[in-house]
Design a binder for this molecule. Structure first.
Ligand code: GTP
Ligand code: MG
Length: 197
């Protein structure tokens, strides 16, 4: 699946600009700078497919990528970035809500959480929204290269506990790194299982 073509489809700054639904769609969500765009690149093995940056707030629109004609990946703008103007935050929130609620072919949202920081209150707010709207999501811990093994285990245990009573959470938590590729094969397998369903 990921060995074939990966192509940019469209950037959507608002709901009317959303591209037509095609195949199974999965979206990457999370706080600004958590590593969404980097993980899309790691997953597809294309280092320049999604634009990444040291500066939070890099991705400002929903970016759609076609994978082999059967799968669409969506790199979402990050949330929780304080330096963005209020009107912009409102527009993004509106876009993201409308997208998440109205996308019939959206099979799963990968909710990226920085493994160094864990779930923040803004993340739990987003998870509340997904649970309420019954949008299926799976937590992916990012930047696993920045932690020791014992710290990773503690983070997974804590995250598992926090997710245990959430109805829309997929039970498996992935730990990944776009730097050393750990967890990327598992993430690919998770996506492949969604396509097989
Ligand atoms: P926004 O688009 O602003 O919401 O950010 P994003 O979530 O798309 O993050 P992006 O992929 O642009 O990466 C943000 C920063 O984190 C960059 O400086 C990356 O180099 C760094 N980064 C991404 N993935 C990893 C990782 O696995 N390990 C480490 N150590 N750094 C990472
Ligand atoms: Mg990004």
């Amino acid at each position: 699946l990921f060995a074939g073509a990966a192509d940019f489809i469209a950037s959507a700054p608002n709901v009317p600009a959303l591209p037509p639904m095609k195949g199974v769609e999965i979206a990457f969500a999370g706080r600004s700078n958590v590593g969404k765009s980097s993980l899309v690149n790691a997953l597809t093995g294309r280092n320049t497919l999604a634009r990444t940056s040291h500066t939070p707030g890099r991705t400002q629109q929903l970016n759609f990528f076609d994978i082999g004609g059967r799968l669409t990946l969506v790199d979402m703008p990050g949330y929780g970035y304080a330096a963005v103007e209020k009107t912009k935050v409102e527009a993004w929130t509106d876009l993201i809500h409308n997208y998440l609620k109205g996308r019939a072919n959206l099979a799963r949202v990968f909710m990226l959480i920085d493994s160094r920081h864990g779930l923040k209150s803004i993340d739990t707010d987003v998870l509340d929204g997904l649970d309420k709207a019954a949008v299926s999501y799976q937590v992916v811990l990012t930047k696993g290269d920045a932690l020791k093994k014992s710290e990773i285990e503690a983070r997974i245990a804590k995250t598992r506990e926090a997710l245990s009573k959430r109805p829309a959470a997929y039970p498996e938590i992935l730990i990944t790194s776009s730097r050393d590729d750990r967890g990327v094969p598992e993430l690919r397998a998770s996506v492949a299982r969604l396509l097989a369903e």
